[in-house]
Write a protein that binds this ligand. Sequence first.
Ligand code: FES
Ligand code: FES
Length: 152
Amino acid sequence: MAFTIKVNGVAQSVDVDGDTPLLWVLRDVLGMTGTKFGCGMALCGACTVHIDGVATRSCITPIDSIGDSAITTIEAIGATPAGAKIQKAWLDREVPQCGYCQSGQIMSAAALIAANPHPSDADINDAMSGNICRCGTYVRIREAIKQAAQGG
Ligand code: FES
Ligand code: FES
């Protein structure tokens, strides 16, 4: 079935089953591999994208549920004010280790800062608790979010 979705401001036509997860469409159909597959069950956060600005697990989001909503991925998050601050802070703090979880971490952090420019520790915990890092970069992630919240 044909669907037209709006990814990073560009309309993309894809021909897939309606229950195909957005993650599969991004990676396998559109070739946008910045968004990662981790668990496929909404447990790790590696696949996080924004749908209308809300951090969303693309591995459990069927393509037929998206409609006209705006999808933003890691490939374009740096073009948003919050995403630019987060990416700068991530670089300054040298947050990644292996890197596998980091696009999802950045997408969750950018959604947090966009919605709540000065988050408390509890706000950060709430926003980031679903993003797992096997390398244990959590301390640097928190530092980077705080740096971004202080203006970058
Ligand atoms: S791959 Fe989607 S939450 Fe793990
Ligand atoms: S940096 Fe390796 S899993 Fe997070």
